[in-house]
Design a protein around this ligand. Structure first.
Ligand code: FAD
Length: 470
């Protein structure tokens, strides 16, 4: 069990962090692009330059070389979740195997096939375009830190086997021989996960877009969308950017369409990065293959090794700030940083002397079913996609392809999926929303303390197919 109250040691270790995403703190970061400074009319307007927007623009440009395409970014490329995440690229399109199986059992085989194909195609695109982003198909190890979690992982393993998914179960001894943590009780290895430097991937996609003639505007926040019959008009400052078609890829940010207000909530997640480990420190933990690692509580950590040998360690806390939504002041949280530093040492006591250099937070677009949903607006000229709930680095490319199918009115295996045709149940309006989320979070914490035992409230939510996650 991880300690909930941050210690003095945790605070002192995280006092002098640089409060910026490690990925964005890179001299390779491209200089700022100019904002919209005139009215523009194009075939496709993409709003948001995170992975969803960038993949949408790229796949559209490849498919339709004659289209005029612009990307409108309110701040900087990858400044949202895309430049702040753990860099795990899962083949899963459904926020993990178990979530997918419980919601769409009848199409799980197809979802698994499409997810594998998406991961493979993503890797192919990255190498075709020669994007240097430390793409490594390392696999992910989900570790049990309590005995009941080891039983659950074995159960998931057998369900995966039934559907022909290759995964491997490790006993406590086997996993500790591979990655040496005294708290590991067992583990499940999923080979279909890559790790990546997400910012370098996003900048590489942007570079390719510009090479193909797509114009990207930064500091160009859309403040209003209007349907003008044949076009959709996006207002940016005093100018209008009009498109025959629009992809709305604004993730956890305040939505431009009212209907999205009740379908997603922004949930903050925090991350630390250590200084590069010495070879002695590295030897003390094993971990030769740079796999992504996630632990298995309701409040879970995720961690991985960067290209230059640091450990990125994030997760556990998931903060919802009510009506305040997404704000720069939520990007840092001393308590969450201190708690993470403590949990890092509980996971790897042999690294107690290691210091942290970066600490940041980012908003996750949580929806009640934990995986992306799509919809149309403005008579089908606009398609929106959101709701990745913390597992969108890989799924965003699938989401982009699906959005382009929907925009062009194509019936494809993607658009036939029930996952694509249905929406999550909405969150209740405030002030009930804050109350429900706080109560659910408390219940999940209690379940983690009590061997996974879910109380009446969580069992009710489970039976309705509702949840809260990051
Ligand atoms: C801390 C953290 C860790 C995560 N870890 C992982 C992980 O390891 N693996 C994984 O798969 N997923 C992870 N995720 C989720 C993942 O990062 C996202 O699902 C993914 O990057 C998809 O992002 P996106 O493009 O939809 O959104 P974003 O990257 O948030 O992009 C949305 C963009 O839209 C812009 N925008 C918003 N409103 C407007 C407007 N009105 N006008 C113009 N522009 C606008 C924003 O500025 C932003 O750049 C994590 C997320 C966070 C926050």
């Amino acid at each position: 069990m991880f300690t909930a109250t941050p210690s003095h040691n945790g605070y002192s270790k995280t006092q002098s962090l640089l409060h910026e995403s490690f990925w964005l703190d890179n001299p390779e970061r491209p200089s700022a692009k100019s904002p919209v400074n005139q009215d523009i009319e194009v075939d496709l307007v993409v709003i948001g330059a995170g992975f969803t927007g960038l993949w949408s623009a790229l796949e559209a440009a490849i498919e339709n070389p004659n289209w005029k395409i612009v990307v409108l970014e309110g701040d900087r490329i990858a400044c949202g979740a895309t430049g702040r995440n753990g860099g795990f690229v899962s083949a899963s399109l459904t926020h993990g195997f178990s979530n997918g199986l419980s919601r769409w059992p009848e199409e799980m085989t197809e979802l698994l096939r499409m997810g594998s194909q998406n991961l493979e195609e993503m890797g192919d695109r990255i190498s075709q375009l020669d994007i240097k982003c430390d793409w490594l198909v390392s696999g992910e190890i989900d570790v049990a830190t309590q005995e009941y979690q080891a039983d659950e992982l074995q159960q998931v393993h057998s369900e995966m086997n039934k559907l022909g998914v290759s995964a491997q179960y490790f006993t406590a001894e086997e996993i500790r021989a591979r990655i040496d943590s005294p708290i590991y009780q067992g583990a499940l290895f999923d080979p279909q996960v890559a790790v990546v430097d997400p910012a370098r991937l996003a900048w590489g996609l942007a570079r390719e877009l510009e090479r193909m003639g797509v114009k990207i505007f930064e500091h160009s926040k859309v403040i209003e969308l209007q349907d003008s019959g044949t076009l959709v008009r996006a207002k940016v400052g005093a100018h209008w950017v009009s498109g025959r078609l629009v992809v709305l890829a604004t993730n956890a940010y305040p939505p431009l369409l009212k209907r999205l207000k009740h379908l997603i909530v922004p949930v903050y997640d925090y991350v630390l990065v250590t200084e590069p480990l010495t070879s002695e420190q590295r030897k003390s933990i094993g971990w030769l293959n740079r796999e992504g690692v996630g632990d298995s509580g309701n409040q879970f950590h995720y961690y991985r090794i960067t290209e230059d040998g640091r450990i990125l360690f994030g997760g556990y806390d998931a903060h919802y700030h009510g009506k305040a939504g997404v704000k720069p002041e939520f990007d840092t949280d001393p308590d969450s940083f201190a708690r993470l530093a403590d949990h890092f040492v509980q996971t790897f006591p042999q690294l107690a002397e290691v210091n942290f250099t970066h600490g940041w937070g980012g908003a996750i677009d949580t929806c009640s079913r934990f995986s992306a949903f799509w919809g149309k607006a403005h008579g089908g000229k606009t398609v929106y996609v959101a709701g990745f709930t913390g597992l969108g680095v890989g799924a965003s490319r699938f989401a982009a392809l699906t959005s382009l199918d929907l925009l062009q009115g194509r019936e494809t295996p993607r658009t036939k999926l029930r996952m694509v045709r249905t929406k999550p149940l909405p969150f209740p309006p405030e002030p009930f929303r804050s109350w429900v989320i706080a109560w659910t979070t408390k219940s999940l914490q209690k379940a983690d303390r009590e061997n996974g035992k879910r109380n009446l409230w969580l069992r009710l939510l489970d039976s309705l197919g509702l949840g809260f996650d990051s």
